[in-house]
Write a protein of this length. Structure first.
Lengths: 432, 377, 225
């Protein structure tokens, strides 16, 4: 029984609101060739044609046709074109939240060059307005709204954790220091699951003599509003970080090992909110590379050698969508001078880990997620690597979970962790 | 004019039996038939002797064929072509087998004397004469654009058609209206068959008509007493059954894609296909490529000029003699296209504006700039 | 009405109308999109947008169509790539470098250009026809494409295929008299011209929007498109 309620109307109104020349011209450019499916890891892993990116965008295209085109309006009024119903929203919610990581590889194979990733993000926006977001994901959004973090890292928990890390690994971690140059914002994944990352990054920055600080108010870089697709929530979470940056008077904000947060802060934020004047947004990967190139830290060659092949997993939002492709390789060519090798495909054509875009937070998406991860394991096996390195904690979560699920003995490492390991002895122990 | 048979007439002219049979052979050839017309006794297969026998029999039993030749809006070119035919044996023969009882151009007489001769012939040979018409018939201005002896062409035509055994429209003007019919057709010119609708009219179009086609058609009527097989445009199939393109000597160049680009370039000098210079050969049905002109001397394409399509209706308005056949006829100019496109653009922009107006205003709690995941490239 | 009169109508008044509908319709489609408004992109670029655009076009037009098998996406889409490429190649060559069509452009624009020999154009035209048939079969058999095939896609196929088929038949004088084939070709061409603004075919115009956006978006993020 088809139903069209105000929910659907909300979704469609959002689509209409979003659709300007940028979206419309790309929807009109699609020739229904279906090649995008070949780039989608979810389609490749499962063979389900519903997962084809062009089909995920179909909801948006229908709304466009039915609202923006004369022929579409007439055909819909005549009943020749079906109206969008609540059932459609349910079906598409599963597709765009549970079978898509918004990795944008589809945009690379489309012969027309259509930016399917951003278009799918827009479908999420409409579904979010209609309240058709998977429960697990929405729960995380609400938690971040209320507590400041989807993993429950309140300001108290934050301060406790930072204290503990500083203690446990004997490293100086400045907090809420006004006048520092760089505001470092961690993801709650690192805070709760990979706390050693915090220590490693702190150690590196201190060794480099960097003027930096954390912020209690701006403690969470993860942005579940971005996964949700809600511009309102995205802006709220971004503003927390930006307000902290303003309050502390920093010159730049450094996103640590998180992918989507970088996409949200670096590329999306300026279109959503007013950015503090002259504030630079950067990522730890770029900073590490710059520090090494400027000689502010020195790495010992081959600290990661001698333990089988080492390969790098390109995180979609940092490499393909962020442009920081060569930085990690420059670092790994020093740290794993002999054992570094690329998997195929790599760089901007890399295959997504399968856990991004909020997928890992949704239990119903597990089958899809594991199926997609199988592709990564095959890749790494083909590259004959025993260790895989990455610069995104969400990827890292997915890899660890996936490796366990498949019973693989693949070693999963973070890039900052390896850089910290490889710091010259004389640089270590320096406190800021 | 007595009722001497043709063979008797020829015998009287001093033509021997042997020569007579030879003439019959040539005449048989000029009919261009590959089979005897249907409805005749005998097998349709053309044995070598069957057609010849038929021709001999016809000439031995028929008197000369009376012809009334009317000219209306014409240039007399078809007549000129006929008389300048380089096959004197054939034309003379035909002229020996027909008696032209009225012809403005060829007659020595003029004025009322000629008109009286015509009326007399029409009465004497009522039901037996062949009416040949040259030139188009103006129907505008209640017939005032072409009058002979004070009578309109349409009246004269109707009167002459009434008593004719067969009507032949020779030349594109009489067949399809020709040059006078070219846009804007100020005289309301029409072809004969658009005016005479109760009797079959044989069209022998061309500008001019190939003389051997005219005489061959007359010979057919003489020999078989009926009109030859006609195509959908009432043209004798034997002569108008194939296109110039199908018989053109330059066809291999068309197939190979070798064209003359201009009238004196390398391609033209090498005799390449004239398609790019506007040749209408592919859609023109006529015998030019086989019979040719001036007794087989040449035809336009052989001499380096593209076919004009002069045996086809309305060839003057067919898109320009030197414009490629594939090009549209009278396409809109760039200005028109531009204006129309501009109109489309305006309407499109209008629809877009209407779509934009239907967007919600951003809610007050929303961030300062409206949300959109992408921006201008 | 005789075939000649019909042909004159199809080459004359109907073609004129069809061409004007095509021009107005295409302009309508484009401006209906362009005038929707374009947001200013406020995030500072990291790489060169212009460089991205150039690379995007160079790859999209100059490289991938000719060696599609080097992309991973080729697997499972071989027919789409190969037949699609062959179709487009044949289409462009026939319409732009075929003598008969060049004369049409000449009558519209006032100038012409050198063309390819008929045997080459003919070969590619035949290739394009075969490619179209392959694409049709693909539309019904490939699982992703099958989901995307509806009445609009079928109409596109038929209205594009018929002019190609009749054009080929016309060139080779197959089965019917020339003016009959010419008439069929003009009829299907006129129908196609009128159909285009109502269909997905204007993708050839929107290509320039999506490809430029693609190059710019990747370029500004310092990623090779």
């Amino acid at each position: 029984m088809s139903q069209t309620t105000t929910r659907t109307a909300e979704a469609i109104d959002t689509f209409v609101e979003e659709t300007g020349g940028w979206i419309a011209s790309q929807l009109e450019a699609c020739t229904r060739c279906g090649i995008c499916a070949a780039a989608c890891h979810f389609y490749q892993a499962t063979g389900n044609p519903d997962f084809a990116p062009v089909w995920k965008v179909e909801l948006l295209r229908r709304a466009y046709e039915q609202r923006f085109t004369v022929a579409g309006r007439i055909l819909t009024a005549l009943g020749i074109r079906r109206r969008i119903t609540d059932e459609d929203l349910v079906a598409w919610s599963k597709l765009v939240y549970e079978a898509c990581t918004v990795c944008n590889k589809c945009a690379m194979v489309c012969p027309m060059g259509i930016q399917l990733g951003p278009l799918i993000h827009d479908v999420r926006a409409g579904l979010a307005a209609a309240g058709m977001v998977p429960d697990d994901l929405m729960a995380a959004v609400n938690k971040q709204l209320e507590e400041g973090s989807p993993l429950g890292v309140t300001d108290e928990v934050f301060e406790q954790r930072i204290d503990w890390v500083s203690d446990e690994w004997d490293v100086d971690i400045p907090l809420d220091r006004e006048g520092a140059e760089t505001l470092v914002v961690f993801s709650s994944i690192e805070i709760m699951k990979f706390p050693e990352n915090i220590a490693d990054i702190a150690r590196i920055l201190n060794a480099a003599g960097e003027s930096w600080t954390l912020s209690t108010a701006g403690r969470e870089v993860v942005n579940f509003g971005f996964y949700e697709g809600s511009a309102e929530h995205t802006a709220i979470f971004i503003s927390r970080v930006l307000d902290a940056a303003k309050a502390l008077g920093v010159k730049r904000v450094m996103v640590t090992e998180c992918g989507h947060a970088y996409d949200a802060l670096r590329w999306t934020a300026p279109n959503l909110v007013e950015m503090p004047e002259g504030l630079e947004i950067t990522h730890i990967v770029a900073v590490l590379d710059a520090l090494v190139r400027d000689g502010r830290i020195r790495l010992r060659t081959g600290t990661a050698d001698g333990d089988g092949g080492v390969t790098f997993h390109d995180a979609c939002k940092i490499q393909r969508r962020g442009g920081h492709i060569e930085e990690p390789r420059r670092l790994l060519k020093i740290l794993a001078a002999e054992s570094f090798r690329e998997m195929t495909p790599n760089r901007e054509a890399a295959i997504c880990c399968g856990g991004g875009g909020g997928v890992i937070a949704i239990k119903e998406a597990d089958p899809n997620r594991y199926a997609a991860f199988g592709l990564k394991l095959d890749q790494i096996r083909a590259a004959e690597a025993g260790t895989v390195v990455m610069a995104c904690s969400n990827c890292r979560l997915q890899f660890l979970d996936g490796v366990q699920h498949f019973g693989s003995d693949l070693k999963v490492r973070g890039l900052s962790e390896m850089v910290a390991e490889g710091l010259e002895a004389s640089d270590e122990g320096r406190t800021s | 004019m007595g009722e001497q048979t043709i063979s008797e007439h020829l015998r009287a002219e001093g033509v021997t039996r042997r020569e007579f049979i030879q003439y019959c052979g040539i005449l048989a050839g000029s009919l261009g038939l590959t089979a005897l017309p249907s409805g005749l006794h005998g097998s349709p297969d053309l044995g070598r002797r069957a057609l010849l026998d038929r021709v001999v029999q016809a000439l031995e039993t028929s008197p000369r064929l009376p012809i009334i030749w009317l000219e209306f809006q014409d240039c007399a070119g078809c007549t000129e072509a006929l008389t300048r035919s380089q096959s004197p044996t054939l034309v003379d023969l035909v002229l020996n087998e027909v008696s032209i009882d009225y012809h403005e151009t060829l007659f020595a007489a003029a004025g009322t004397a000629a008109e009286e001769a015509r009326l007399q012939a029409m009465e004497t040979y009522a039901g037996r004469y062949v009416l040949v018409v040259e030139g188009s018939v103006p129907t505008g201005g209640r017939g005032l654009f072409c009058t002979i002896g004070g009578r309109s062409a349409t009246d004269i035509l109707d009167e002459a058609a009434a008593g004719a055994a067969a009507i032949i429209a020779t030349g594109n003007c009489a067949a399809f209206g020709g040059l006078p019919k070219a846009s804007p057709n100020p005289t309301g010119a029409k072809g004969v068959w658009e005016i005479v609708e109760d009797k079959p009219v044989v069209n022998i179009p061309g500008c001019p008509a190939i003389p051997e086609v005219t005489t061959g058609t007359l010979a057919h009527f003489l020999v078989f007493g009926k009109l030859p097989e006609l195509d959908a445009l009432n043209r004798p199939k034997t002569f108008y059954g194939t296109t110039i393109h199908d018989r053109c000597q330059r066809r291999p160049f068309y197939d190979a894609g070798k064209f003359a680009g201009s009238f004196d370039d390398e391609g033209a000098r090498r005799g390449y296909c004239l398609y790019k210079l506007g040749c209408k050969g592919p859609t023109t049905y006529n015998a030019c490529a086989t019979l040719k002109w001036d007794g087989g001397l040449s035809f336009p394409i052989q001499s380096g000029h593209p076919c004009l399509g002069c045996s086809e209706p309305e060839f003057w308005d067919g898109g320009g003699f030197y414009q490629g056949q594939s090009a549209p006829i009278g396409p809109p100019g760039l200005t028109t296209i531009g204006l129309v496109a501009g109109a489309g653009a305006v309407v499109g922009a209008g629809v877009a504006a209407a779509n934009r107006a239907r967007r919600r205003k951003p809610a007050p709690t929303a961030p300062t700039a409206p949300a959109e995941s992408g921006g201008e490239p | 009405m005789s075939w000649h009169e019909f042909l004159r109508f199809l080459r004359g008044p109907l073609f004129e109308v069809a061409l004007l509908v095509f021009a107005a319709g295409l302009a309508y489609r484009i401006f209906r999109v362009v005038a929707l408004g374009w947001r200013r992109e406020r995030a500072p670029a990291m790489g060169s947008r212009a460089g991205g655009v150039v690379t995007s076009y160079a790859k999209g037009i100059g490289i991938w169509p000719f060696i599609p098998w080097v992309k991973d996406a080729f697997r499972g889409n071989a027919v789409t790539f190969l037949a699609g490429g062959l179709f487009h190649l044949g289409l462009f060559v026939v319409i732009l470098l075929g003598t008969a069509h060049m004369l049409v452009w000449k009558s519209l624009l006032g100038f012409g250009w050198p063309t390819l020999p008929l045997p080459i154009v003919d070969f590619l035209a035949a290739g394009a026809i075969v490619a179209m048939i392959a694409l049709l079969i693909n539309r019904f058999t490939q699982p992703v494409v099958r989901k995307l095939t509806g009445p609009a896609e079928m109409a596109n196929w038929i209205f594009v295929f018929l002019p190609m088929l009749t054009g080929y038949m016309m060139t080779h004088h197959m089965f019917f008299r020339y003016e009959v084939l010419f008439s069929l070709h003009m009829l299907t061409v006129d129908v196609l011209l009128i159909w285009i603004p109502f269909s997905l075919i204007p993708h050839f115009a929107f290509y320039f929007f999506s490809r430029t956006i693609h190059g710019s978006q990747f370029g500004r993020r310092a990623v090779t498109p």
